[in-house]
Design a protein around this ligand. Structure first.
Ligand code: CAO
Length: 416
C-alpha cells in the first residue's frame, strides 16, 4: 500500500520525547525517517528506566518505531561530511537539541538552507526564539509550569500540579508535525523550504487557552461560576485550581463507585450538562428534581452542587464504575469510568482499533505501544519495532553512495 508520506526523507536529529514523538508519527504515515545518533550511546532514552538488561528501554522503543538508526559523530569532520550529503538528499530535518547546539555543530539555519534550499528545518525548544528564557534547557514538567498548566491543575488547597499527560513533550511534537506538514504543502507551491519552530511553553499554553479565557472573565466579573470556589469560596485575581471541575460550561466531578474503599480507581467522571438534567434525574430515580426550582437550572444547582454529587455517589454505592456507565449511557449522559493503564492495555476495543498494538522487537521480544491515534479511511498505519543503535548505518551510507571501503574507513575513525 502506498502511504501519503512515501518518498519524504526525514533526518531525525531528535532525542528524549518531544522530537521523537513528532518523527514517529510521520514515520507511521510513510516518511523515511533516519534517526541520527551518537555512536556508542545513541538517544539517552535507550538506557533510561531499563526493565530488561542490555535491551533498549521501553521509553525508547515506544517513541521510535518505524525509524532507521544511523550512528554518526557529527562533531567529527568525517561525520559532518556524511551529514551534509544526507542534508542535500533529504526533505526535512527535525531537531530538539538544547539552545544553540546545532549552531555550535556548524549547522545553523543559514548553513542548512544553503546546503539544501528545499529542506524544511523543524525545531523544538523550551521557549520561543527571542523569549527572555530562550537560553533554558527544558523538560516536560518545566514546560507544564511555564505554559500555565501547573498553576491551574490540582486542588485549591494543594500545590501546583503536573499532569501525567505529556503536554510539554509529545504535545509539542504533535504541534511540530502539523508545522512540518504545512511547510511541505507550502514547498509544493513555492519550491522553497523554511524553518518551523515550536516551543514547549507555547504548545502547553495552546492547550490551556480556556484558562486564559477564565483569567479575562475573572478580571471582568470577579468570579468564575463553574469553579468549586463559587459561590461559597473566595477568588483572588488569578485563575484558581479547580480540582476536577469541568473546564467548559458543564459542572462535573470524579465520583466514588462501589469498591472505592479498596480500589483507588473505582470512580467515574460524571458531567451535569444542562440539557441532560432531565435524563440525569430519571437515571438517578429523582424525578422530583426535574421541576424543583432548587435544581431546575444550572444557576440554581451550583450553590449546592456538591450535595448533588453526594446524592449521585449514594446512587453509585452499589454499582461498579462499569455498571454505572452502562446505565448512564442509556440516558445519554456524558460520563466515563476512570480507567487504569492495566485496563487500557487489555481493552479489546483499543486493540481492535490499533490504538494499543503489540510489537515484536529483536532484543526485547514483544511489547505494547500506543499506535496511531489518527485513523484514516485509506491508510492503516502499521507499527514496526524501533531500530537497534546503528542498525541501518550501512544501508543509509550505501544509499548515499559510500562504498564498503568508505564505510570501513568511517568506522576506523569512529565517525559512525
Ligand atoms: N554526534 C556528536 N554530538 C552530538 C550528536 C551526534 N550525533 N548528537 C548530539 N550531539 C551533541 C550536541 O551537539 C550537543 O553538544 P554541545 O552541547 O557540546 O553543543 C549535545 O550532544 C546535546 O546537547 P543537548 O543540550 O541537546 O542535550 P542535554 O542532554 O544537555 O539536554 C534537553 C537535553 C532535552 C534538556 C535539551 O536537548 C533541550 O532543552 N532540548 C530542547 C527542548 C526539548 O526538546 N525538550 C524535550 C525533551 S523531552 O522531555
Amino acid at each position: 500500500m502506498t502511504k501519503p508520506l512515501d518518498g519524504i526523507r526525514i533526518i531525525d536529529f531528535t532525542h528524549v520525547q518531544a522530537g521523537p514523538a513528532c518523527t514517529q508519527l510521520l514515520a507511521w504515515f510513510g516518511a523515511d525517517v533516519i534517526k541520527v545518533e551518537r555512536p556508542g550511546s545513541g538517544d539517552v532514552t535507550r538506557n533510561q528506566l531499563r526493565d530488561i538488561p542490555d535491551a533498549d528501554a521501553l521509553y525508547f522503543t515506544m517513541l521510535n518505531s518505524n525509524k532507521k538508526s544511523l550512528t554518526l559523530d557529527t562533531k567529527k569532520p568525517e561525520g559532518k561530511e556524511v551529514l551534509e550529503k544526507l542534508i542535500r538528499e533529504s526533505d526535512v530535518l527535525v531537531e530538539n537539541f538544547g539552545p544553540g547546539a546545532l549552531d555550535r555543530m556548524g549547522f545553523s539555519w543559514e548553513r542548512l538552507n544553503e546546503l539544501n534550499p528545499k529542506m524544511i528545518v523543524a525545531s523544538v525548544k523550551g521557549f520561543s526564539d527571542g523569549h527572555h528564557y530562550d537560553d533554558l534547557k527544558v523538560y516536560e514538567n518545566v514546560a507544564q509550569c511555564a505554559g500555565g498548566a501547573a498553576s491551574t491543575t490540582g486542588f485549591w488547597d494543594g500545590p501546583p500540579t503536573i499532569s501525567a499527560a505529556a503536554l510539554g513533550d509529545s504535545n509539542t511534537g504533535m504541534h511540530l508535525a502539523i508545522g512540518i506538514l504545512t511547510a511541505l504543502l507550502g514547498r509544493d507551491k513555492t519550491g522553497k523550504g523554511q524553518k518551523v519552530a515550536v516551543s514547549m511553553q507555547d504548545s502547553v499554553l495552546n492547550l490551556c487557552r480556556v484558562k486564559l479565557r477564565d483569567q479575562q472573565r475573572l478580571e471582568r466579573v470577579g468570579y468564575l461560576e463553574e469553579y468549586p470556589q463559587y459561590p461559597h469560596g473566595e477568588f483572588s485575581d488569578v485563575v484558581p485550581r479547580g480540582g476536577n471541575a469541568g473546564g467548559g460550561g458543564q459542572p462535573g466531578w470524579v465520583l466514588k463507585c462501589k469498591g472505592w474503599e479498596t480500589d483507588p480507581n473505582a470512580y467515574i467522571y460524571f458531567t451535569i450538562q444542562g440539557h441532560a438534567w432531565e435524563p440525569i434525574c430519571k437515571a438517578l430515580g429523582k424525578p422530583e428534581w426535574i421541576d424543583d426550582p432548587a435544581y431546575k437550572t444550572a444557576e440554581a444547582r451550583q450553590p449546592h452542587i456538591f450535595e448533588i454529587f453526594k446524592t449521585i455517589e449514594g446512587w453509585l454505592a452499589d454499582k461498579t464504575k462499569f455498571e454505572a456507565v452502562d446505565i448512564l449511557r442509556k440516558f445519554d449522559i456524558p460520563c466515563a469510568p476512570v480507567l487504569t493503564m492495566k485496563e487500557l492495555a487489555n481493552d479489546p476495543s483499543l486493540r481492535a482499533s490499533g490504538t494499543i498494538v503489540e510489537v515484536q522487537h529483536k532484543k526485547r521480544g514483544s511489547y505494547l505501544t500506543v499506535g496511531s491515534p489518527i485513523k484514516f479511511s485509506d491508510l492503516k498505519p502499521e507499527v514496526t519495532a524501533s531500530p537497534l543503535l546503528g542498525e541501518h548505518t550501512e544501508e543509509v551510507l550505501a544509499s548515499l553512495g559510500y562504498s564498503k571501503q568508505d564505510i570501513f574507513n568511517l568506522r576506523e575513525v569512529k565517525a559512525v
